[in-house]
Design a protein around this ligand. Structure first.
Ligand code: FAD
Ligand code: NAI
Length: 479
C-alpha cells in the first residue's frame, strides 16, 4: 500500500526543501525526496547550493580572503605576522564542516515542519486514476524501494555543470565546480574556461591561495550581463590582483596528461596558442537535470535545451505537476529557486504566490563584490528609456577608508521623469549586503529621491548608496 501525501517534492535543494516547508506550513501533508549523500552515504539535503555551490564556495572565499589579508593588508593595520603558512587541509575541512552544519540544519527544519523526508531517487511511475489531475505515483529508490502518491508534485531537480565536448570532468585534472571546491594542494598553474560567476569566484579563491590563474573566455566582452561601467571597473581591479583574463578565445583540443592538462585555443587575434595547467576548471554554464525522473512515462514536456517547460506560474504541461529552480527557465540562483518554491506551495493552496523577476538581485562574491538589481545602463539605452545616472565612489566613504577597502562605487539609474529607481549596481566592499536596500526600494517602486532622503547610519558603507541616490540629481554631499 503506497503512503499518501497531498504534495510530493522531488529534489531537496533550495527550491525543493523550501517548497516542502511552505507546503507543510499551509497544512498539506508533504514529502520531500532527495538523493544527495555525503561521504558516509548519509542524506545531505540542500542540493548543489549547500553541497557544491553557494555555501562551500563562500566558505572558501572567506578563508582565502582572510589568508590574503593576513599576508598583505594586516601590516597596514599595524599587525605584523612573522611566519604565516597555509593549512589547506584545515581550510577544506572547515568548509566541509560548514556544509555538514547546513545539511543537518535542513533535516532539522524538515522535521520541525513535519515534512516526511525520503532519501533516494524519486521517479514517476504513472498517474493515478483515469485523469492525471487525480495525482501521481512516485517511486523512491534508496536503500530500499517504496512507492508514494500525491495529488500535487513539485519538481526541483536542479542542474549539473556543463562539460566541453571531448573534455569530460574527471574531477582530478579537469574539474567542475565539485572538484574546484576540493583541490588538495594549491596548483601552481590553474586554468579556468569561462569567465562567468563560477570562473571568477573559484579563480579568486585559488589565486589568493597562491595559484597563477588564467581565465579563458569565449565572448569578446567581459561580464556581458553586468553594467558596462561596473564591468570595466571589475576588469581593471581583477587585472591588478593578477587574475589573467583572456577574452574572445576559441577553445580547441583539451588533453589530460598524467599530471597536467593542455588546452589548445585560438586567442582574440586569431593566433593558435597552447597552455599547460596543473588543473583546469571548466565553468561554462549549467544544464538542467531531469535524469532519472522517468518524465517520459507521464509525458512531461521539456524544451529544446532540456529545461522543464513551465508557464509564468511554474505549471508544467501536466495537471498538478509544477517545477521550480534551476530545472526551469530564468536565472540559476538559489534565492530565485526558493521564491518559486514558496510561490508554488501558495498557489497549490489557492493563494496568489508571486515572484518578481525584475527585482531578483545578482551577486558575484569576488573581492570587491559585484551586486546588482534591475536594468543596466546599456539595457536602458537599447530600450530607449530616458534615465538619469548617479555614482558615488567608496573612496569618498569614511567607513570604507577605515576598513581599508575603498575600491569600487555605487551606481543608481532612475527614470528621467518619474525618478523611479530602474537599476542599482555596486562594486565594492559588502556589495552583497548593500544591494538589499536597493531591492527593497525597487520592490516598493521607490524613487532615487526616497533613498536620498532616508537617514543612513554614519559611518557605514550604506551611506555610499544614499550618496549615489543624491548624485542622480547632482546633489552628492561628500563627493
Ligand atoms: P539544486 O540545488 O541543484 O538541488 C536539486 C536537488 O535535487 C539535488 O540535491 C539533487 O541531488 C536532487 N535530485 C535531482 N534529481 C532527483 C531525483 N530524481 N530524485 C531525488 N533527488 C533528486 N546561487 C546563489 O544564489 N548564490 C550563490 O552564491 C551561488 N553560488 C554557487 C556556486 C557554485 C559553485 C554553483 C555551482 C552554484 C551556485 N549558485 C549560487 C547556484 C545555486 O546553487 C542554484 O541556483 C541552486 O542550487 C538551485 O536550486 P535547486 O533547488 O533548483 O537545485
Ligand atoms: P556563467 O553562465 O556565469 O558563465 C559561463 C561563462 O562561460 C560565460 O561567460 C560564457 O560566455 C563562457 N563560455 C561558455 N562557453 C564557453 C566556451 N566554449 N569557451 C570559453 N568560454 C565559454 O556560468 P558558470 O560560471 O558556469 O555558473 C553557472 C551558474 O551558476 C551561474 O550562471 C549562476 O547562475 C550560478 N552561480 C551563481 C553564483 C552566485 O550567485 N554568486 C556563483 C556561482 C554560480
Amino acid at each position: 500500500m503506497s503512503k499518501q501525501f497531498d504534495v510530493i517534492v522531488i529534489g531537496g535543494g533550495p527550491g525543493g526543501y523550501i517548497a516542502a516547508i511552505r507546503a507543510a506550513q499551509l497544512g498539506f501533508s508533504t514529502a520531500c525526496i532527495d538523493e544527495w549523500k555525503n561521504a558516509n552515504g548519509d542524506p545531505a539535503p540542500g542540493g548543489t547550493c549547500t553541497n557544491v555551490g553557494c555555501i562551500p564556495s563562500k566558505a572558501l572565499l572567506q578563508s582565502s580572503e582572510h589568508f590574503e589579508h593576513a599576508g598583505h593588508s594586516f601590516a597596514d593595520h599595524g599587525i605584523d605576522i612573522k611566519e604565516m603558512t597555509l593549512n589547506l587541509p584545515q581550510m577544506l575541512s572547515r568548509k566541509d564542516t560548514v556544509i555538514k552544519q547546513n545539511n543537518e540544519g535542513i533535516l532539522y527544519l524538515l522535521k520541525k515542519n513535519k515534512v516526511t523526508f525520503f532519501h533516494g531517487r524519486g521517479s514517476f511511475v504513472g498517474s493515478l486514476g483515469k485523469a492525471d489531475a487525480e495525482g501521481y505515483e512516485i517511486k523512491v529508490a534508496g536503500k530500499s524501494e517504496e512507492s508514494i502518491t500525491a495529488k500535487h508534485i513539485i519538481l526541483a531537480t536542479g542542474s549539473n555543470a556543463r562539460a566541453l565536448p571531448g573534455a569530460d570532468f574527471d574531477e582530478k585534472l579537469i574539474l567542475s565546480n565539485t572538484g574546484a571546491l576540493s583541490i588538495g594542494a594549491v596548483p601552481k598553474k590553474l586554468g579556468v574556461i569561462g569567465a562567468g560567476v563560477i570562473g571568477l569566484e573559484m579563480g579568486s579563491v585559488w589565486r589568493r591561495l597562491g595559484a597563477e590563474v588564467t581565465v579563458l573566455e569565449a565572448l569578446p566582452a567581459f561580464l556581458g550581463a553586468v553594467d558596462d561601467q561596473i564591468a570595466k571597473e571589475a576588469a581593471k581591479l581583477f587585472a591588478k590582483q593578477g587574475l589573467s583574463i583572456s577574452l574572445g578565445v576559441k577553445i580547441g583540443t583539451i588533453t589530460a596528461g598524467e599530471n597536467d592538462v593542455s588546452v589548445e585555443y585560438t586567442n582574440a587575434k586569431g593566433e593558435a596558442t597552447k597552455a599547460v595547467f596543473d588543473k583546469l576548471i571548466i565553468s561554462i554554464g549549467r544544464t538542467p537535470n531531469t535524469i532519472g525522473l522517468n518524465a517520459e512515462t507521464v509525458g512531461l514536456q521539456l524544451d529544446e535545451r532540456g529545461f522543464i517547460n513551465v508557464d509564468g506560474d511554474c505549471k508544467t504541461n501536466l495537471p498538478n505537476v509544477w517545477a521550480v529552480g534551476d530545472v526551469v527557465r530564468g536565472p540559476m540562483l538559489a534565492h530565485k529557486a526558493e521564491e518559486e518554491g514558496v510561490a508554488v506551495a501558495e498557489r497549490i493552496a489557492g493563494q496568489h504566490g508571486h515572484v518578481n523577476f525584475n527585482t531578483i538581485p545578482w551577486v558575484i562574491y569576488t573581492s570587491p563584490e559585484i551586486a546588482w538589481v534591475g536594468k543596466t545602463e546599456q539595457q536602458l539605452k537599447a530600450e530607449g528609456v530616458a534615465y538619469k545616472a548617479g555614482t558615488f565612489p567608496f573612496l569618498a566613504n569614511g567607513r570604507a577608508r577605515a576598513l581599508g577597502d575603498t575600491s569600487g562605487m555605487v551606481k543608481f539609474l532612475a527614470d528621467a521623469k518619474s525618478d523611479e529607481i530602474l537599476g542599482v549596481h555596486i562594486i565594492g566592499p559588502m556589495a552583497s549586503e548593500l544591494i538589499s536596500e536597493a531591492v527593497v526600494a525597487m520592490e516598493f517602486r521607490a524613487s532615487a529621491e526616497d533613498i536620498a532622503r532616508i537617514c543612513h547610519a554614519h559611518p557605514s558603507l550604506s551611506e555610499a548608496t544614499k550618496e549615489a541616490a543624491l548624485a542622480v540629481d547632482k546633489r552628492s554631499l561628500n563627493f
